[in-house]
Design a protein around this ligand. Structure first.
Ligand code: ARG
Length: 588
């Protein structure tokens, strides 16, 4: 279905043409003076030079030509030559009727859907999720859902950090504590126990301990490196322990991501490409892409047009060990082989920007990807506390994601039960749903690349540009519909009618902008555009609601039209929040 604004532009272009001017001057935009008009066209201003004519004359000609139009209610030529436009209620109604009848409210589906891999989350096994991991999961999930909604084939991959030195560190610390474990007995031939020799909480304590020990004790670090090497070269007992670490850790990660409404299609990790690295290295050497520099194997990736220094991409360290780069490149190679995606999108902190620049250049230069394969890194900013510094616990430590979520759940529960008698179980459930909207909307409503301040009071507020406000609006609509149902009123099968108030018209116009907004959100991988849209939509709805007595309306036809409008508003809002990765409760 054509974009609403394009249809209006089309009508204006016809009028320019019919008045003897270049049709391209007829481009229409949203009004920047909403008090005067709904849309505007500045084409007459641009045409003045071209036609050596006062802009107001051109505008006058065009306005004259618009008389009798099915689209415009009024076209005013105002000094010095602007065209102020208002759209006919019937035209908006017809557009919304079509939206209601079509799938996805008339959003055009791509003729050739792209296959897209979204690489997000990226937690490291055995390290607890902390607030730093929030953004990648939240933004990535939304980008995945937007692309899917826009009709593309999308695969979300968590890309676990499950292969590096941190694994060797854990194994070393375990050996230190329990040297008698069968995993360390090199002569052992039998089956290893099913049960892991640690719990998730032990694991989460073991890693930081091992990590700080290795920083102080060179011999310890040496042992950890050796353990990493043994693991990677396939020593049985080490592999069995590693399996336990992954299983215990992944079970915990799944629980955490489930609470965040984040779901991955693939739970692959760095370890999955271990076996393809030697082949890739061989290929890069044979084709002459890689060369030895100071003992290490590197690929030069700098280009003549660079204005800053882009260091070579290191493939193997001088001791032959692979790096973070190596696994990423091998993963790209595997993804091409298995899925042949048109596009890969990575979500990490923007401090990895240079890193991805190197990796992408290297992948292109070594032809791991096709020339037309798109590689996109979305680097996001930091989540800061109210003091403007990276978010910390009150004690100044790194906050676990679980703790953060719990704090917001509790705050939401407090707000929901404040001064009210509510069922405890239901209130907990609702608090959880609303809290998630507070967290996600608080994050997603900012442009991803910017830092933002995580402000619990603001994010959990039912007023203003927040998730709870959006949910509150949806719940309000649901409750009006319920009331009408209880009265025996008709809800299903109702049909939209023309607006008969300013606020109703404004709401309808906002709804008509849905597909253009969604297309842009996809093209620009910009969830914040959806947030801005639903905030405006919720405002438009609430204005209409405050001015209109819907439930007590006696004119059945009018009431039925409003019910249809409510349904459409609810459905568009719910679709948008679903794409953002949260949902609305039935009541709150
Ligand atoms: N595990 C990595 C980290 O903690 C993030 C992974 C991002 N994805 C990737 N393909 N490199 O920094």
């Amino acid at each position: 279905m054509k974009r609403f604004l394009d249809l209006i532009s089309e009508e204006m272009k016809k009028a320019f043409e019919a008045s003897g001017y270049d049709r391209e001057l007829g481009k229409v935009t949203l009004s920047n003076r909403p008090d005067l008009c709904e849309y505007q066209c500045n084409g007459a201003m641009a045409g003045a030079k071209l036609y050596k004519k006062a802009p107001i004359m051109i505008a006058g000609d065009v306005a004259e030509c618009c008389k009798g139009s099915d689209v415009f209610l009024s076209v005013e030529a105002v000094a010095p030559g602007f065209l102020n436009l208002k759209v006919k209620e019937s035209f908006i109604k017809d557009y919304l009727l079509q939206m209601c009848q079509q799938e996805k409210f008339g959003l055009d589906m791509p003729e050739h859907p792209s296959r897209i891999i979204v690489d997000y989350g990226g937690p490291n096994v055995a390290k607890p999720l902390h607030v730093g991991h929030l953004r990648s999961g939240v933004i990535g999930e939304s980008i995945k859902r937007i692309a899917r909604y826009a009709g593309h084939e999308v695969i979300g991959d968590i890309h676990l950090g499950d292969w590096g030195l941190q694994m060797g560190l854990i194994i070393t610390e375990l050996k230190e504590r329990q040297p008698e474990l069968v995993y360390f007995d090199e002569s052992y031939q039998g089956e290893y126990p099913q049960e892991a020799p640690f719990t998730i909480s032990e694991l989460e304590e073991i890693y930081p301990t091992a990590s700080s020990k290795s920083k102080e004790d060179a011999a310890y670090k040496e042992r950890a490196m050796d353990a990493t090497f043994k693991l990677q070269s396939g020593v049985r007992g080490y592999r069995a322990l590693w399996d336990h670490i992954i299983r215990v850790s992944v079970a915990d990660l799944k629980k955490n991501y489930e609470n965040l409404n984040v779901e991955f299609d693939l739970w692959k990790g760095e370890s999955d490409v271990h076996d393809v690295i030697p082949g890739m290295v061989e290929y890069m050497k044979k084709e002459g892409y890689a060369h030895i520099s100071e003992g290490a194997l590197v690929v030069d990736v700098k280009e003549e047009t660079d204005t800053k220094e882009i260091p070579p991409c290191m493939i193997l360290k001088s001791d032959g060990a692979s790096l973070y780069n190596t696994t990423d490149l091998a993963t790209i190679m595997e993804r091409m082989r298995e899925y042949h995606p048109d596009r890969m999108i990575y979500l990490t902190d923007k401090r990895q920007e240079l890193y991805f620049e190197q990796v992408f250049r290297c992948a292109r230069k070594t032809k791991l990807v096709d020339p037309e394969t798109e590689l996109l890194h979305i680097g996001f900013g930091t989540m800061n506390g109210k003091d403007g510094k990276p978010f910390k616990t009150r004690e100044g430590g790194v906050m676990r994601l679980e703790t953060l979520i719990k704090e917001i759940n509790d705050e939401m529960y407090r707000k929901i039960t404040d001064n009210r008698q509510v069922d405890e179980e239901e209130a907990r459930q609702t608090a959880k749903i609303v809290a998630l909207s507070a967290i996600k909307y608080g994050d997603l409503s900012n442009q991803a690349s910017k830092d933002y301040i995580f402000d619990i009071d603001k994010f959990t507020s039912f007023e203003g540009d927040t998730g709870p406000y959006i949910l509150y609006t949806i719940v309000r609509i649901k409750s009006i519909l319920n009331k009408i149902r209880e009265q025996g009123g008709k809800v299903e099968g109702t049909v939209l009618r023309e607006a008969d108030s300013e606020s109703e018209k404004a709401l309808m116009l906002q709804l008509a902008g849905f597909n253009a907004m969604m297309e842009t959100a996809y093209e620009e991988t910009a969830p914040h555009k959806i947030c801005a849209y639903i905030y405006e939509l919720a405002n438009a709805f609430n204005r209409f609601y405050h001015e209109t007595k819907i439930v007590t309306e006696e004119n059945e036809e009018k009431k039925s039209g409003w019910v249809a409008l409510l349904l459409l508003t609810r459905d568009v809002l719910e679709t948008c929040i679903h794409v953002l990765g949260f949902s609305a409760p039935e009541r709150m």
